[in-house]
Design a protein around this ligand. Structure first.
Ligand SMILES: C[S@@+](CC[C@H](N)C(=O)[O-])C[C@H]1O[C@@H](n2cnc3c(N)ncnc32)[C@H](O)[C@@H]1O
Length: 227
């Protein structure tokens, strides 16, 4: 078997540990403190968050979707594949090194979705993008971390807090949708979504699709009208 080798490191703004990119042949792995955050062979989870999330808003005129973060670009390409030509996908990525790896190292794996004319890249913390404007997105899909129990940086906990959920809800257009990926279920987080008056759907998906790989959890939380 080909051994893993370190391909590069990327600094995480704030105090988080570096992201480390490993490769072996055509396979890539991004790890943080030794734990795998992403692997290029295992992307069904991103597919499902994006596929199911975008399917729910596809028919809207000029649908506008925010995705955080970029990772290896699989969520982004799946969103573009599942939205109409008049849609826009804003992709927020915190780590400049990850954007660079997408341009220079593994972008071909997802078909270079940053080059799609419907993509708007924001090299920024998705928390700031959410806070910027109300009534801005038809869907916000979040796969920035391991789920409510963050791994990359502690400040991501804000996204899963009552305050973060309220800001994300207000950043949605009427009848908009929040989507969250998590490594596992989390009852407290579901309670917080309910407390924000959102209608919650929990979906279990297998990490490698077709019934294989670890069980992961998706939540879709819908905003009703302007509530
Ligand atoms: C699990 S990966 C996402 C994988 C992605 N769904 C894909 O299809 O490849 C998490 C990504 O979110 C980024 N990230 C972490 N915290 C973030 C934040 N607060 N704002 C924006 N991006 C963030 C990480 O740098 C990493 O690129």
């Amino acid at each position: 078997m080909i051994p893993w080798k370190i391909h590069g490191r990327a600094e995480v703004p704030g105090n988080g540990p570096d992201l480390v990119l490993y490769s072996r042949g055509e396979e890539f792995s991004i790890r943080v403190s030794g734990t795998e955050l992403m692997n290029s062979r295992v992307y069904a989870r991103e597919d499902e968050l994006s596929k199911l999330g975008c399917a729910r808003v596809r028919e809207r005129k000029k649908a506008r979707v925010l995705i955080g973060g970029l990772g290896m670009g699989f969520s982004l390409i799946t969103a573009l594949d599942n939205l109409n030509p008049d849609a826009e996908v804003v992709i927020a990525e915190l780590v400049p090194g990850v954007v660079k790896w997408n341009r220079d190292v593994f972008g071909h794996l997802a078909g270079h979705p940053l080059n799609d004319r419907r993509t708007t890249l924001r090299e920024a913390d998705v928390c700031s993008v959410i806070r910027e404007r109300k009534n801005a997105f038809d869907a916000i899909l979040l796969d920035v971390d391991n789920g409510p129990e963050g791994l990359t940086r502690q400040s991501n906990d804000w996204l899963y807090s009552d305050t973060g959920i309220a800001y994300a809800r207000d950043a949605l257009r009427p009848d908009g949708l929040l989507g969250y990926w998590s490594a596992g279920p989390d009852r407290d987080f579901v309670r917080r979504l309910h407390r924000a008056s959102l209608l919650v759907e929990e979906v279990e998906v297998r990490a490698q699709g077709r019934g294989r790989g670890a069980r992961t959890t998706l939540w879709f939380a819908k905003r009703y009208g302007r509530s």
